[in-house]
Design a protein around this ligand. Sequence first.
Ligand code: BGC
Length: 261
Amino acid sequence: MYPSLQGKVVVITGASTGLGRAMALRFGQEGAKVVVNFYNNGEKADEVVKEIKNSGSDAVAIQGNVMVEEDVKKLVQTAIDSFGKLDIMINNAGVENPVPSHELPLKDWDRVIGTNLTGAFLGSREALKYFVEHDVKGNIINMSSVHEMIPWPLFAHYAASKGGVKLLTETLALEYAPKQIRVNNIGPGAINTPINAEKFADPKQKADVESMIPMGYIGKPEEIAAVAVWLASDESSYVTGITLFADGGMTKYPSFQAGRG
Ligand code: BGC
């Protein structure tokens, strides 16, 4: 548990399912108040709110598209209106779809870059605006991926978006460090979430992915949430501008295991 998170106000984008949901629940357990953003899954978002309230903290659900400036402004405003302030912004909303790059439609490119990279920019900008105006030593966490460093055929738009998130985070960390505002990335590997549900439902594909993970298993959403609460807490007070990979070793060139190469 992280006592420094008690009473903190956190906005989490894409929080009705997957990693966002796991983080929202964990922040609630830590006594933080959570703005649960969702895009199209209002019922699931309401369930997350209910669970957080049952665990003794407070939360509110709000619809919004992270690509739309006005919607993102509304997220910060909701934190202020509902809970009086903003302390932590987690830009988590993300999408992906496989397409050979020579056939990749511009609309898919725009959707993936728009959600994953522009969404992280807009969320960061609105949070920074609030932190600077109110002299808050705030905290921003962006959701990157192992694919901020590992190229990924059929997912050029996704890999490009995460490469962008890496340097967005590093740049913002450097720019706002003098104000004690910290900006970090989490870089998950293969995690058991709805984005991967179809892939991992097929035992062959699941085993194939597992063979690329030195620790040998697909991560749990809670293992990412555990990283998020540490990064948002005072326990990581001197950490800014990093990507904390939580990937079971996937970024460590698993094909070289057992002395191959
Ligand atoms: C993607 C997953 C993928 C994992 C490892 C993540 O960023 O969202 O679909 O399994 O990277 O390749």
